[in-house]
Design a protein around this ligand. Sequence first.
Ligand SMILES: C[S@@+](CC[C@H](N)C(=O)[O-])C[C@H]1O[C@@H](n2cnc3c(N)ncnc32)[C@H](O)[C@@H]1O
Length: 246
Amino acid sequence: MNIYSRFAYIYDELMGDFDYENWFNYIEEIFKSYNINPKKVLEMACGTGNLSYYLGKKGYKLTCFDLSEDMLSKAYEKLRKFKNVKLLNQDMVNFKFSESFDAVISICDSINYIVDKEDLIKTFNNVWNHLEEGGIFIFDINSYYKLRYIIGNNTFVEDRDHIFYAWENYFDENTDICEFYLTFFVSEDGENFVRFHEEHRERAYKTEEITAMLQDAGFSRIDYFSAFSFDRPSEKTERINFVAIK
Ligand SMILES: C[S@@+](CC[C@H](N)C(=O)[O-])C[C@H]1O[C@@H](n2cnc3c(N)ncnc32)[C@H](O)[C@@H]1O
């Protein structure tokens, strides 16, 4: 089953609580704090372009990509006015560009969508190969704690005027994979509802696993923080932000 297909068209509405401008400011604070002044930026799994919009507006020479054509079509609506932004359909695991970048970014737990460890190793190697010497790689994950204890084996239901959805989750302790079963009912007129279903999978990674994979890929300095801060994550941190320097 395709993921982020029909969901793409209501994604922004459901992500209304996420402040992407604040996320963009955090990314720029990271650049500053690592003394890096990137010009060419690659954003992986850009989705509907919410962070890309701020990166484009600020004038970065931005290339962004996603696996879902539907997410990209929503991103195109936001990004087509920027001459400095390129939007492409590629896969994080085996993307290929003939240029390299000063910074590679991926936000909002997109990395957890890579559920095969070998694929994640490939992704990190690939990022390393596409970074300039001294370049920075910034990404966040849903923490192991969040996928195992907050999201895993829990059901969430939301009832809005014209969108109703149920999000049922199962965590498999043998594979560390959390399966999300999403059922949506969406209406244009508030009376007739169309039902559709998507199944997503995110893998829970421990910080030590990710750190080891980044080291193996060749990154020289690796840090991680409780997201939106520069603090050490606690046992119950839900979003962890990694920074790795080539
Ligand atoms: C939670 S969304 C985050 C989107 C966006 N980064 C944001 O902040 O809103 C996860 C995104 O990862 C994309 N994705 C999942 N696996 C991918 C892969 N292997 N390569 C590229 N994109 C992928 C999905 O299509 C989706 O757009």
